[in-house]
Design a protein around this ligand. Structure first.
Ligand SMILES: [Zn+2]
Length: 284
């Protein structure tokens, strides 16, 4: 099954449900950034949460989600768009901690306390920016609190990454449920009850279940209507030309200095590790 995201409604259009299978996307991110197990679990959750959040608006836009915590991972950042593309980076990928008291990868300790920043760039002059304090650094609860606090939308979030003994990604996915305006107290209670009984998303996806099955599992009784299916992937849109502008903005003197010192200028993309070489004739 290829990575994809399914968007559905339930409860007579009062619930919006998003479910994603992101195993190959997160494995691609692992190959690029080479994070250790706790780090890839954190990174995979952030990438998947950002992918789903990026699909929430009908308008094409660029969504950036940044986790700035005081844990050993440092900053974890992801950028996605409405086309199901995501890229990201971690400040310190070489983080692997002891399992937490529930026997799970300790993402909360790896991220620590701090803030989540969400930037929605619609291509207008001022991008929308929302900030909320991290709840526990486990990513799902942090997204959920952000939606409630910053966007006033009650939202349940479940994100999971299972890592193989050799450090590769076994399965990754996520489920986000939002109450649309007009949802009743009963629907909220019903949904909260269902969610609390639901096994982790990785249990259903890991045994071959699809995102649609995940949606039916949680909200099938409320009359689910599938709206859209979007293929998702790790994709970086960088290019030689893109880095040229920022390089030139360093100024003549600065560039001359670097070339004198190093004989050439190289720029490495933080998102995909691609190395770009520029020679003197292009810059000065
Ligand atoms: Zn790149």
């Amino acid at each position: 099954m290829n990575d994809h995201l399914v968007i559905a409604t339930g409860g007579n259009d009062t619930i919006r449900i998003y479910a994603a299978l992101s195993s190959a996307t997160v494995e691609t991110a692992r190959k690029i950034h080479d994070p250790w197990p706790t780090a890839i679990a954190a990174f995979g959750r952030v990438l998947t949460g950002t992918l789903i959040t990026g699909a929430m608006s009908d308008n094409p836009y660029r969504l950036t989600v940044k986790f700035s915590g005081d844990g050993p991972l440092g900053t974890v950042l992801a950028v996605s768009n409405r086309r199901g593309e995501v890229k990201g980076y971690l400040e310190n990928p070489r983080v692997d901690l002891d399992l937490n008291s529930s026997g799970k990868l300790d993402v909360g300790a790896a991220i620590g306390s701090g803030i989540i920043t969400v930037i929605k760039d619609y291509g207008l002059k001022n991008p929308y920016q929302g900030v909320a304090p991290l709840q526990n650094g486990e990513v799902a609860a942090d997204f959920s609190y952000y939606f409630a606090k910053s966007e006033q939308t009650p939202t349940a979030v479940s994100l999971g990454v299972l890592v193989n003994p050799d450090g590769t990604v076994k399965v990754s996915g996520g489920l986000i449920i939002q109450l649309m305006p007009g949802a009743s107290e009963e629907q909220i209670e019903f949904l909260e009850g269902k969610l609390s009984q639901l096994p982790p998303v990785t249990t259903i996806l890991g045994s071959g279940g699809s995102p649609s099955e995940l949606i039916n599992e949680v909200a099938g009784e409320t009359g689910v209507k599938i709206l859209e299916k979007i293929d998702i992937r790790y994709h970086c849109d960088c290019s030689r030309e893109r880095f040229l502008g920022p390089l030139l903005s360093l100024g003549h003197q600065e560039l001359k200095g670097i070339i004198k010192e190093q004989g050439k200028i190289e720029v490495r993309c933080h998102f995909c590790n691609q190395l770009y070489h520029y020679d003197q004739s292009e810059l000065i």
